[in-house]
Design a protein around this ligand. Structure first.
Ligand code: ZN
Length: 211
């Protein structure tokens, strides 16, 4: 099948179901957002919603400048600041995926970088930032994550918590988030198998065509 198009809430619902199915988040954890290109509002998953059961009514329409709810679900996720702060510094970003992928979080908690060992990982991620722990839902965490991606990085691990992955479309954010956890799993395997050697990195290459 091709990726759903049209209403951004339908695209995010598709992503949410896939993320739960893939084990990238459990229960009602994680949250998603998207905006029309250039819009001053974004759709954010509502507080208490489950990512694998999202309908259009489960999204709050939030003003990016100040977090005011201007439509849809009355209460956005408690982590809405993570989304609005990043949109404010990245005009090119139209979708943000915040999940709790266990291997990405565990590796960084142990002090390991997530290696980009395959062409997919290098192409979709390019680099992965890490921000120190701060309270989930707080402005400090949102500001730290925004600062980490302001220069163009599209994937950041929030220590002991989860990830924030960005893209210009929901579909690309989906691919990027899945590649992040897959890269982390491969890094874990490399650490277990490599007998003390550092995890491998993909050689430099110029992406042509699909990877
Ligand atoms: Zn979270």
């Amino acid at each position: 099948m091709t990726y759903p198009d049209g209403d951004l809430r339908d695209q995010l619902a598709h992503l949410g179901a896939a993320a739960v199915s893939a084990g990238l988040v459990v229960g009602s954890g994680g949250n998603l957002s998207a905006r029309e290109h250039g819009a001053d509002t974004c759709w954010v998953t509502g507080a208490g919603t489950w990512l694998d059961r999202l309908g259009r009514d489960d999204f709050a329409l939030v003003r990016i400048a100040d977090g005011a709810v201007v439509g849809g679900h009355p209460g956005p996720s408690s982590e809405w600041r993570l989304h609005t702060a990043t949109y404010r510094v990245r005009a090119d970003v139209n979708a943000i995926v915040h999940l709790h992928p266990q291997t990405s979080v565990l590796l960084t908690a142990l002090g390991h970088d997530i290696a980009l060992a395959t062409t997919d990982h290098a192409f979709y991620l390019r680099e992965v930032a890490v921000v120190p722990f701060s309270t989930p839902g707080g402005a400090e965490l949102a500001d730290a994550a925004a600062a980490a991606v302001a220069g163009g990085t599209d994937a950041v691990v929030l220590a002991h918590h989860g990830c924030s992955v960005l893209a210009d479309t929901v579909e690309l954010a989906h691919k990027r988030a899945f590649n992040l956890e897959e890269a982390a799993r491969l890094t874990r395997d490399a650490l277990l198998l490599a007998d003390g050697r550092p995890p491998p990195s993909c050689p430099p290459f110029r992406a042509g065509g699909s990877v």
